[in-house]
Design a binder for this molecule. Structure first.
Ligand code: SF4
Length: 323
């Protein structure tokens, strides 16, 4: 290329163009100044009696609340308890998302055009230096398992780069951004990690887009997860994000929702309800219910749960998977 030629951006394919059109909308609502204070006040007022019923909860040992726990508490209560009791163990499917997000983080910071496979190998090399349990898991993988993990993450990252428009620096992309709200004099910690955020607020005018990158089929709980993160953003910054997007990689399809004040209030109520349930279940003050669903497949209690087995048999029959 001659030195005076300006490099042309690669044309976007229709999937990338759809994402750009949907996420790039110019609708940027303005929110009131005192939203953060009101939201915090309402949450603390509702949570304080719950926390005060737990003498062992303190500043040093707060009640940790994640999107996973919230979603479990609102799903099958027996599964929630079984999941709490089951020790977490890394596996290739469990590690895939974390490694893929690391690869996307590297993609954001990297000059040039690394291939998805370059990104995956670099992500693995960085993560295996980590002292925490994921590093230990990666270091302990045999050749075949490591290749399986590389293949699974490569598929994820390749699909992302094929269906999502190239991330521009002026979009202020941030991968794996941590959010946390300390409430009730640090005795409750609401926390989460946002897969990808783009843009930023200008004063009270919303500008940020929060994205969760999903494999598999859409599920109603995915919407609730992002609403929880939107609420945490308000508790952190005061200005909500403008858009919440679950991005389904296999379909190359963004599903989005605009953020409104009503959405934030209903989310805060849902969070308080879930925390009350969690505490009652943890303390044995509530008899756990059974709610069979497609999630039975991943439930640690499935082998002893007739309702769960019946639900999965029914679902398999519907899909024509019976022998
Ligand atoms: S198998 Fe299904 S119904 Fe049974 S405890 Fe687990 S999630 Fe609940």
């Amino acid at each position: 290329m001659a030195s005076n030629q300006i490099p042309q951006a690669e044309p976007l394919n229709p999937a990338q163009q759809q994402v750009l059109d949907e996420l790039g909308s110019t609708d940027r609502p303005t929110f009131r100044d005192d939203l953060r204070d009101h939201l915090r006040h309402e949450l603390e007022e509702a949570l304080l009696p719950i926390v005060e019923s737990l003498p062992e909860v303190s500043r040093d040992q707060p009640l940790f609340v994640s999107k996973r726990k919230l979603s479990m508490a609102h799903g099958c209560e027996t599964r929630y308890l079984a999941d709490q009791a089951a020790p977490f163990e890394w596996s290739v499917p469990a590690a895939r998302g974390t490694v893929a997000h690391k690869a996307i983080e590297i993609l954001i910071g990297r000059r040039g055009k690394p291939t998805p496979l370059d990104l995956v190998h670099e992500a693995l090399e960085r993560l295996e230096l980590d002292e925490r349990s994921l590093g230990e898991f990666i270091r302990g993988l045999g050749e075949a398992e490591r290749a399986e993990l590389v293949g699974a993450v490569n598929e994820f990252v390749t699909t992302f780069t094929e269906t999502f428009p190239p991330l521009k620096r002026q979009w202020i992309p941030v991968s794996e951004s941590r959010v946390r709200a300390n409430l009730c004099q640090d005795r409750v910690a609401l926390q989460g990690v946002i897969d990808l955020s783009l843009g930023r607020a200008r004063g009270n005018q919303a500008g940020k887009v929060l994205l969760d990158l999903k494999t598999g089929r859409p599920n109603i709980s995915h919407i609730d997860d992002l609403r929880f993160y939107a609420m945490l953003e308000v508790l952190k910054l005061g200005t909500p994000p403008r858009l919440l997007v679950n991005y389904y990689l296999e379909a190359g399809e963004p599903r989005q929702e605009k953020v409104t004040e009503d959405l934030l209030w209903s989310t805060s109520k849902r969070v308080v309800d879930a925390i009350l349930k969690m505490v009652e279940l943890d303390e044995g003050r509530r008899k756990p219910g059974l709610t069979p669903s497609a999630m039975c497949r991943f439930c640690p209690a499935l082998s002893t749960c007739d309702e769960g087995k019946a639900e999965l048999a029914r679902a398999d029959e519907e899909m024509g998977f019976t022998h």
